[in-house]
Write a protein that binds this ligand. Structure first.
Ligand SMILES: NC(=O)c1ccc[n+]([C@@H]2O[C@H](COP(=O)([O-])OP(=O)(O)OC[C@H]3O[C@@H](n4cnc5c(N)ncnc54)[C@H](OP(=O)(O)O)[C@@H]3O)[C@@H](O)[C@H]2O)c1
Length: 292
């Protein structure tokens, strides 16, 4: 990897999957990284420290700790924690807003926010509308900002092995086209933008690496594993929460909203499609408890 001359890049959510991928990509570029963590003693935080990442303890409800942690950085990447109910949606908005305010207070030169596909407008999906609210807050802050709108992660799409056959079940009709991106590529694109080695036209990139129906997703895993594979469309009622039902209703209409793989590859040329992602992970099927 090329060596960059860069100031420190701050990362919120560093011990999670997206933040972890951002840090992997930043360290590949030998960039100095500061992780904003709530527990510097956790195993995950300590594993980052062992790789040369600076740890700074923060509390998302303590504005002073956030702005102190962002002092002097060249860029700041943040995501917001998963929300599974309306209280958590409020918390998500509070955290995202507080992070933007802290970046504004110390005039961070460039903020990169990992939002979600569809958050350019209110869609009625509470944990996507929360990200729309944060995007708007960021836009109004006047900070230089790049927004990544991630489609669903390839990491959550794997079928299960049942009686010698791969079976993928999702609450999506067979003909619905699902857009997707690997977490690795979220990290690579976020790092490229944070390091200014690439720009997002208009300050936004809709992150997509592939677009496939459920049967096509199952077939991609089957082709790699050399196993028969099938897709089973489930009813929305299998989902435990109203939030997820609203989200999958939105996913079923995803194909109506355009994305541009070439624009993503202009930032990260090696952005993976699903078949490439499956190969790169050396994916091994796991058995469904019910099918074992
Ligand atoms: N799954 C998908 O397909 C998909 C697609 C697009 C967008 N998204 C969005 O991605 C987000 C989740 O990202 P992820 O998967 O990277 O999350 P994750 O792996 O669950 O990690 C969450 C991170 O946030 C940190 N965190 C949580 N609450 C915190 C707080 N109060 N103060 C400080 N740090 C806190 C956690 O730190 P600790 O280690 O201390 O817990 C951890 O580092 C969600 O907003 C989701 O809507 C998901």
């Amino acid at each position: 990897m090329s060596t960059q001359t860069t100031g420190t890049i701050a990362v919120f959510g560093a011990t999670g999957q997206q933040g972890g991928a951002v840090i992997d990509a930043l360290l590949d570029h030998e960039a100095p990284v500061r992780a904003l963590v709530r527990n510097p003693q956790s195993d995950r935080a300590q594993a980052l420290a062992a790789r040369g990442v600076e740890l700074v303890a923060i509390r998302s409800d303590d504005a002073a700790s956030l702005s102190a942690a962002l002092m002097g950085v060249e860029a700041f990447y943040f995501m917001t924690p998963e929300a599974n109910n309306l209280d958590e949606v409020e918390t998500e908005i509070r955290i995202g807003t507080a992070l933007v305010d802290a970046a504004t207070a110390v005039r961070v030169p460039h903020v990169v926010f990992s939002s979600v596909f569809g958050a350019d407008h209110e869609s009625g999906v509470p944990h996507h509308d929360s990200k729309h609210t944060i995007e708007e807050h960021l836009r109004k802050s006047g900070l230089r900002a790049s927004v990544l709108r991630s489609t669903p992660f390839m990491e959550v799409m794997a079928p299960k092995l049942e009686h010698g056959e791969l079976v993928l079940r999702l609450p999506l009709p067979e003909d619905a086209v699902l857009k997707m991106i690997s977490v690795r590529d979220v990290g690579k694109v976020a790092a490229a933008l944070s390091l200014n080695t690439a720009q997002a036209p208009g300050g936004v990139v809709e992150l997509v690496g592939d677009e496939l129906t459920g049967p096509q997703i199952a077939a991609a895993f089957g082709a790699y594993a050399g196993l028969p594979a099938r897709y089973e469309a489930l009813p929305l009622s299998v989902l435990p929460s109203d939030l997820d039902r609203a989200m999958f209703r939105q996913f079923a209409k995803m194909a109506d909203y355009p994305t541009d793989l070439a624009a993503v590859r202009a930032i990260e040329p090696a952005t993976q499609d699903l078949a490439q992602w499956i190969r790169s992970t050396g994916w091994v099927p796991s058995t469904n408890v019910a099918g074992s």
